[in-house]
Design a protein around this ligand. Sequence first.
Ligand SMILES: [Zn+2]
Length: 92
Amino acid sequence: MDSAPLDGNVAAGILASIFYPEMTVAATHCAHCGTVRPLGELDAYVHAPGVILRCSSCDAVVLRVMQNRNRVWLDLRGMSVLQMDIPDEGSP
Ligand SMILES: [Zn+2]
């Protein structure tokens, strides 16, 4: 790596355009080492126009997302499970 990682919260904006729920609190399961942690706690490397999120335990790539003006590419191969809460539509 050529620079220190940011945290996974930097991917919130681009992921919000794909997924409805707040993604930074979604539980990610690393496919390589099995560590479970919120997406916002992964190590983020920003390579415009995309973001790479790496496991903070084993450094494996967990998620890659890239976006241009009208298309998004999402690679979740490094994640065995992505667990998200479903918003309660009955609450204010
Ligand atoms: Zn890992």
